[in-house]
Design a protein around this ligand. Structure first.
Ligand code: NAI
Ligand code: NAD
Ligand code: ISE
Length: 344
């Protein structure tokens, strides 16, 4: 069985996913694309020599009977309306993060999916498929460092564009830690507070950079996460879990160690595309295989998208108030209660 994908949004990650589904993975095929910038859609079809229909908009793509899966890689604010329409049409959806930019938007997706009576949606929280994070989770679950007490994490990008503002640091960047850290320690978030250190000279006027988020869990773990998106030196993801009996750290991305010119050095990457390349491949292959095997995706669900959005809303509020803000989730519906089988 070949899953037929229609892609909404042929920007940076849309093209990456088209390339991997067409040239690297098995069991999937791109049959349709659209983009609000139709020129971008045309260029993508040419670049990857795709035998696909170019639709004028997401509605036409969703209505295309040859499309089994809607791959949503448009801008975050456009996700909700595309996902709701695709789910209402009974199509599978792979949606890049964020599922929607607000908790209310995610809840509308959750309700539409529950009405269909089966899981249709997977959210692109690819870090759950990264081998480093999987190893770290294993160490914690094997009780090798005792109970986790604190997490120190950092999410650094070399630079961002002019349309990336203070809230984008939460909705686009911190959202990855928001998803992966509670999954790592199997706990729920309780509060968040934000501190703004001295601003770097490399950030534009509408962006406070860096930012420091202090997040407490219901179980009492305190996590501090630095988001620094004009760090200049590279794309760098750090995560250290401090436990009662020891400390476990996310492995560095593998790099040859060089001794040269009186220096000992390793390389640092400069782009998310390379840092999480394997994780993107594994997550989308898992999405394809799970649907083929069980008729439902097994990865991060709409409910995970909702948890991330509630937390992200509280983080944005905390940016504005400077106070400690509560993170309160609605009760998890039974529909989303099965164990999620990532990396199996
Ligand atoms: P991008 O700006 O390069 O591409 C977005 C594309 O979507 C553009 O071509 C734009 O014209 C199109 N678009 C926007 N609204 C649309 C709509 N309503 N209908 C059709 N096309 C529409 O953005 P990028 O970097 O590719 O990001 C896209 C999504 O992927 C975002 O949600 C982002 O958060 C996510 N992303 C996820 C990453 C990850 O590590 N999982 C990495 C990079 C992006
Ligand atoms: P991008 O700006 O390069 O691409 C977005 C594309 O969507 C553009 O081509 C734009 O024209 C198109 N678009 C916007 N609204 C649309 C709409 N309503 N209908 C159709 N097309 C529309 O952005 P990107 O970097 O590719 O990011 C896209 C998404 O992927 C974002 O949600 C982003 O958060 C996510 N992303 C995730 C990761 C990750 O690590 N998982 C990395 C990068 C981006
Ligand atoms: C981008 O959208 C991503 O998802 C990357 O993984 C992240 O590092 C970056 O900050 C976002 O803008």
């Amino acid at each position: 069985m070949t899953l037929r994908f229609g892609v909404v949004g042929t920007g940076a990650i849309g093209r990456e996913h088209i390339d991997r589904i067409t040239n690297k993975l098995s069991g999937g095929k791109i049959v349709a694309v659209t983009d609000v910038n139709q020129e971008s859609a045309k260029q993508t079809v040419e670049t990857y020599q795709l035998d696909t229909v170019i639709h004028p908009d997401d509605k036409a793509l969703i209505a295309d009977e040859n499309v089994d899966v809607v791959l949503v890689t448009s801008w975050g604010p456009a996700h909700e309306s595309t996902v709701v329409a695709a789910v209402e049409a009974g199509k599978y959806v792979f949606c890049e993060k964020p599922l929607a930019t607000t908790a209310a938007g995610c809840m509308r997706i959750v309700e539409a999916e529950m009405k269909q009576g089966k899981k249709l949606v997977q959210v692109g929280f690819m870090r759950r498929y990264d081998t480093g994070y999987a190893q770290l989770k294993q160490v914690i679950e094997n009780n090798e460092i005792g109970e986790p007490l604190m997490i120190h994490a950092a999410h650094r990008n070399p630079a961002v564009g002019e349309n990336y503002v203070t809230e984008t640091a939460v909705q686009d960047t911190l959202i990855h830690e928001i998803d992966v850290l509670h999954w790592l320690v199997n706990d729920d978030y309780k509060t968040v507070q934000v501190t703004f250190p001295r601003k770097t000279k490399n950030a534009h006027e509408k962006l406070q950079d860096p930012q420091l988020f202090t997040i407490e869990t219901v179980g009492g773990i305190v996590m501090n996460v630095e988001v620094f998106v004009n760090c200049k030196y590279g794309y760098d993801i750090q995560c250290e879990v401090v436990g009662e009996d020891g400390i476990a750290k996310l492995p560095e991305f593998p790099s040859v160690v060089m001794r040269k010119s009186e220096q000992l050095s390793t390389n640092i990457l400069n782009d998310w595309k390379y840092r999480f390349m394997d994780a993107y491949n594994v997550e989308i292959q898992d999405f394809i295989d799970s649907i083929a095997k069980s008729g439902e995706p097994q990865g991060p669900t709409s409910w995970d998208g909702y948890i991330a959005a509630v937390t992200s809303d509280a983080c944005v509020k905390a940016q504005q108030t400077g106070k400690k803000e509560r993170i309160s989730l609605q009760e998890r519906p039974a529909f989303y209660s099965e164990k999620i089988l990532q990396n199996n």
